[in-house]
Each structure stands twice: as C-alpha cells, then as structure tokens.
Design a protein. Sequence first.
Length: 307
Amino acid sequence: MSKSIKDYVVIGLKGMAMGAADVVPGVSGGTIAFISGIYEELLSSISSFNFGILKTLKKDGFKVAWQQVNGNFLLSLFIGIFISIVSLAKLIKYLLENEPILLWSFFFGLVLASIIYIGKQITKWNVITVLKLVSGAVLAYFITTLNPLVSENSSLLFMFLAGAIAICAMILPGISGAFILVLLGAYKPILSAVNDRDLKTIAAVGLGAIVGLLTFSKILKWLFTHYKNYTLAVLTGFIIGSLNKIWPWKETLTWRTNSHGIEVPFNQQSVSPFSLDGDAQLTLAIVLSIIGFCLILLMEKLAVKKQ
C-alpha cells in the first residue's frame, strides 16, 4: 500500500523520537522504532541494500532501485533522526548534567511500558522462550554494570569503529547505542563533535554506522523471519535488563576528571530514592514516569486504531 505525504511526516516524527532516545545513554532508539510500529519495516528496508541494487540501478534506473529499498520511508525516518540529534544534543546534554533524575524518570516510565508492549507480541510461551527472555535480561543487566573507559579516544579510525558498534545496539530494543559509546569512551567526543559541527568526526562515525547497520540489519531480519518469538523474547529481556541503567536515582562511587578539567561521575550504582544523598525529587519523578508510561499506551492505542 502506497503511503501519503502525511504518512511520511508521521514517519519523520517517529524518526525524531528515535533520535531523541538515541542521544540519551541508556535508552534505545530501537525500542522507539518497535513501539511505534516501524521496526520490522526498518529492518527489511535497510537489509535490502546489497549488490543487487547496483544491478537494478543499472538495468531499470534510479526510480525502481529507490522503490526497491523503500527509499521514501528511509529518507523520512533518517531526516527525522538527524534533525532530532542535531537540535536536541545540547538540550539533552543540559538535562543530563542539571536534571538527571527527572530525565531518567520520564524514560524509565517509557521503557517500562515498552516491556509490556513488546512482550505482548510474543504469541507462544514455553520453557525455551522464558530462558531466552531471562538470558537477554541477564546480558543487558551485565552490560549496564560495566565501567566506562577512562580515556576518550577521538581518532577518526576509532570513531568509525565506535559508530559501527554503537549502531548495532541502537537498532536493538533495550540496548542503548549511546551507552555503548559511553563504555567505549566515545560518547563525549561525538556529542562535542555534533555541537561543534566537526564534520570529519561526524562523517567517520556516520560511515561506521552505515557499515554496521547494513551488516547487522540482515542478521536481525533473518532472526525475525525464522525465530520471531524467540527473538522477541530476547529483545524483551534486553529491555528488562536495561532498566538498571535508566533507574533515576544513582549513587556515584567514583569520579573522574574529563577533558575540560571538570569532575564528572565515573562509576554509579542504583539506590532507593529514600536513601539518596540529596533531593530525590520523588513527586515530580513519579509524575514524569507516569507520563512516559502513558505515552506508550497512547501510541499503542493509536497504532491499533490505525490498523
């Protein structure tokens, strides 16, 4: 079924939501893609890029090749992602530094509702399905407990590799590409490059992301085609395990000095809001969590109504 201009505007808005999520170290753009109903179309469209496209382009022309890769969909989505990342990078950076509890609270509610939404897509439960879910949760939780690298490497080759690795996480619901960048020590250099319009670094990360995306999307598409229930179980587990990373109340165990000479948290652990040393902002945090949770329920209702 062909899409209208309105459909592509909506896809662009979903891309903006994905971009906003990917900027936050702990929230996955893949989760947003899944709950907004475009995940499998995204995987299918990206994985359609292969050498056969060059033959189609040579034989049938650009228009046929563009339709074959679902070009209008991808263009609308990535324009939305790009606009969001460029426009929201400074805002997200400000909120992470000045209002972390409130920012994490909103995303915690959003991701919590996502677990329910994605889990409902699993049509058959058995022992293996449960084991897959538990395995995914344990793996994701383990990743959230890893310590970031102390050094921040900003070489172009490293930025390329970081982009390739992070993009694989970005399209996995529950695994945050931005958090992977934090673990690699590449998050702040990339965020600074976006803010400073450092085109060389942005290009290196972008090229790495393209290579990683084209490779990993084919694997995911194959898994969805042949083992959809098990794949959904693992992804649901990933999201459950990732909740530790986006728990709003953290206690800083160790600090480090960044490249600007400012002390920033290095190693943190989740704590109860009642034992937090400082203002837990509990009431406002709960309100924002509920807003995030209800936002997902609203998106689900709209998707069902459209279908």
